[in-house]
Design a protein around this ligand. Structure first.
Ligand code: SF4
Length: 365
């Protein structure tokens, strides 16, 4: 029997076959028709990493009509910035640069409190580092609204209102049986997603929410809530979904409990190198076999690192794929090359991050 896919924003989501999601969850494909409307598609869009959407075409329509548009996403300050957080951050920065969308960046400290039991003061310290990371990645503060959930009354007020318009059985159908706090965290996220459409931010507008596929229940909740809060005239937000970065050890999702299974943007470059060298690859049992049969880049986490993050040039990633497939390159040499690329990226990023720390602290103080 085929196992049911469960998208769980508060737990672990295992997806081995992304093609099932379109039918099972009613998602739309990011296909050629969508891509040809975008002048300069991001690495994630070009490579099918951002693979699905709900109403992304409507967001593109609004952009083409020259309307004011916004993009919202955020981070739960429970840990250092890892490559999954980098994906969402880069997507927001991309829409800010290419679409002139205003970025709403939420630091979900209330969610860190109820989900991970991290006190607000500690979450703030983590958030300073997280914010410095996104600033180092290129967020332009001039067209951004950065906020901490616990201090943004407009968001919590919306969450209270939503809690009156939704039933417990509805929340259970979306999230399963959960502690009440997590249901309230979900309602708070609904408040975050709709914040850009409040009068204080020039009212209803098309908003894009770029997220990992495991976060889709939050989008469904918002879509269900909108008809119940007609007084706001909210426009249904659009959403895009990226694939989940697999753990370097080959599991379907990175585990924050095992630091060797993922790369954090705060990793010492030398440690990150070791992680790359120890990552699960798609090599064969012997060098002779690999030269004869070629490697299996589809299974290789080192290739995935480059595809998702570290090789921007499409020609170069194609070359890496072909060199692997043909057996021209062996894993030892390939991993060493990638380890150097990752270490260089981290050195540069961390230098920039240090420069942004003071600014990040000032914003959050
Ligand atoms: S050669 Fe490189 S891309 Fe191919 S399986 Fe080995 S590490 Fe992965």
């Amino acid at each position: 029997m085929v196992e049911k896919i469960v998208l769980d924003p508060f737990g672990t989501t295992l997806i081995t076959d992304y093609s099932r999601l379109f039918e099972e969850f009613g998602l739309q494909r990011i296909d050629e028709k969508i891509l040809e409307r975008i002048k300069n598609p991001s690495r994630y869009l070009r490579r099918g990493i951002t693979f699905a959407h709900r109403d992304f075409d409507k967001f593109l329509d609004a952009f083409e009509r020259g309307e004011k548009i916004a993009v919202i996403s955020g981070i739960k300050p429970s840990n250092e910035f890892h490559l999954g957080s980098k994906m969402t951050a880069e997507e927001m920065i991309y829409y800010q640069k290419e679409f002139k969308a205003k970025v709403f960046y939420c630091i979900a400290d209330l969610e860190a409190l109820v989900d991970n039991q991290i006190p607000l003061e500690k979450a703030k310290e983590i958030a300073v580092g997280n914010l410095a990371d996104i600033l180092a990645l290129g967020l332009d503060l001039k067209n951004s609204f950065v906020y901490m959930q616990s201090r943004e009354k407009r968001v919590t007020n919306l969450a209270y209102l939503f809690s009156r318009r939704v039933t417990l059985s509805h929340l259970k159908s979306l999230y399963g049986e959960r502690p009440l706090g997590l249901y309230f965290a979900a309602l708070t996220q609904a408040g975050d997603i709709l914040l850009p459409q409040l009068k204080d931010f020039e009212g209803p507008k098309h908003v894009l929410v770029p997220i990992g596929i495991d976060q889709d229940p939050h989008i469904k909740l918002v879509r269900d809530l909108i008809p119940k809060v007609k007084e706001f005239n909210f426009i249904i937000p659009s959403s895009t979904y990226h694939k989940l970065q697999r753990s370097l050890k080959g599991e379907a999702k990175m585990s924050k409990r095992d630091p060797m299974s993922y790369i954090s943007l705060s990793d010492e470059p030398e440690i990150a190198k070791k992680k790359v060298l120890n990552a699960v690859d798609g090599g064969r049992k012997t060098a002779e076999e690999q030269k004869r049969l070629g490697g299996e880049p589809e299974k290789c986490l080192v290739y995935e690192l480059c595809l998702f993050h570290f090789i921007e040039d499409d020609e170069k990633i194609k070359e890496m794929y072909e060199d692997c497939k043909s057996g021209k390159i062996l894993c030892g040499e390939c991993k060493k090359r990638v380890a150097e690329i990752v270490a260089k990226f981290l050195e540069k990023h961390q230098k920039e991050r240090r420069r942004k720390m003071e600014k990040a602290r000032k914003i959050l103080d």
